[in-house]
Design a protein around this ligand. Structure first.
Ligand SMILES: NC(=O)c1ccc[n+]([C@@H]2O[C@H](COP(=O)([O-])OP(=O)(O)OC[C@H]3O[C@@H](n4cnc5c(N)ncnc54)[C@H](OP(=O)(O)O)[C@@H]3O)[C@@H](O)[C@H]2O)c1
Length: 262
């Protein structure tokens, strides 16, 4: 049967598909009747998606920091799903460190997963996605408005936006579109990791909970709309861009007004 759903949303590879915004994107696509290959390192997270959506979802475990593991991921997704018209890159890592305290390991990991891997996946997508397909990259408002602790993450996400625009031009001849979303702070595992001062030990037990709860309140209050974003709110925008036939090279800010602040 020929699908009537928009190209870009039918058979989709979602990196970071086991948690947070990637999981929300996968679930939004699956609810609409799409097929999804979820990728990430934690196999148990991915298998939970397949158990919940038998026959519609497959797992492709992969460490995107490893060039040998990530190479060919798009072709494997196409094989597993019997075609591929969409890519969502949601996988990402952040390590907040002040200049002077940026470790080589954290620098390399953030550049690899947040910039090099999506660029490589996007390159593959240009040849593997069907004509008219779509790719969406999750960047961040930190690409435009960095924090003192986000030099590497901000540089990687800003680079990702530049790469996305280049992929959009390269894909246009086959109507393959590339777009990005720039979320403000969204309530996922990523923002529930405590932000510590240099050398500060990780608190435990109730103190850890108190610290995270205070951190979430502080972050939520930074947004003019008064709260953190929800993964589902970003997922709706991602799915819109995946299937938008005349939108390419765009950056959609979804940030509760964060970038409007002085
Ligand atoms: N939460 C926010 O406030 C916020 C704001 C703006 C942008 N973002 C961006 O949004 C995206 C999704 O993050 P999230 O907030 O949904 O947090 P999350 O739940 O922590 O999701 C991050 C995902 O990345 C995957 N990942 C990390 N390292 C990987 C690696 N080496 N190989 C393969 N997969 C890897 C993780 O899966 P495994 O651990 O299983 O590998 C996880 O599913 C990220 O790109 C993040 O930078 C987040």
């Amino acid at each position: 049967m020929v699908s009537t759903r928009p190209l870009g949303t039918r058979k989709v590879l979602v990196t970071g598909g086991g948690s947070g915004m990637g999981l929300a994107v996968a679930e939004t696509l699956l609810r609409a009747g799409g097929q999804v290959a979820v990728s990430g390192r934690r196999a148990e997270r991915l298998e939970a998606v397949v158990r919940a959506w038998p026959g519609q979802a497959v797992t492709l475990p992969c460490d995107l920091a490893s060039p040998s593991e990530r190479t060919g991921l798009l072709a494997r997704a196409r094989e597993a799903l019997g075609g591929l018209d969409g890519l969502v890159h949601s996988a990402g890592v952040v390590e907040h460190q002040l200049p002077g305290h940026i470790s080589e390991e954290a620098l390399r990991a953030q550049l690899e997963v947040n910039l090099v891997a999506p660029l490589r996946l996007g390159e593959e997508a240009l040849s593997v996605l069907e004509d008219g397909g779509g790719m969406v990259f999750i960047a961040s408002t930190l690409a435009m408005r960095p924090l003192p602790t986000s030099a590497v993450y901000s540089a990687a996400k800003a680079g990702l936006l530049a790469a996305m625009r280049s992929l959009a031009i390269a894909g246009a001849a086959r109507r393959v579109r590339a777009n990005a979303v720039c979320p403000g702070v969204v309530d996922t595992e990523m923002v529930r990791a405590p932000r510590l001062s240099p050398g500060e030990p990780t608190p435990e037990g109730e103190e850890l909970e108190r610290r995270i709860s205070a951190q979430l309140s502080t972050l939520g209050a930074l947004h003019p709309l008064g709260r953190l974003g929800k993964a589902e709110e970003v997922a709706d925008a991602v799915v819109h861009l995946l299937g938008a036939p005349w939108t390419t090279g765009s950056e959609l800010v979804i940030d509760g007004g964060l970038l409007l602040r002085e």
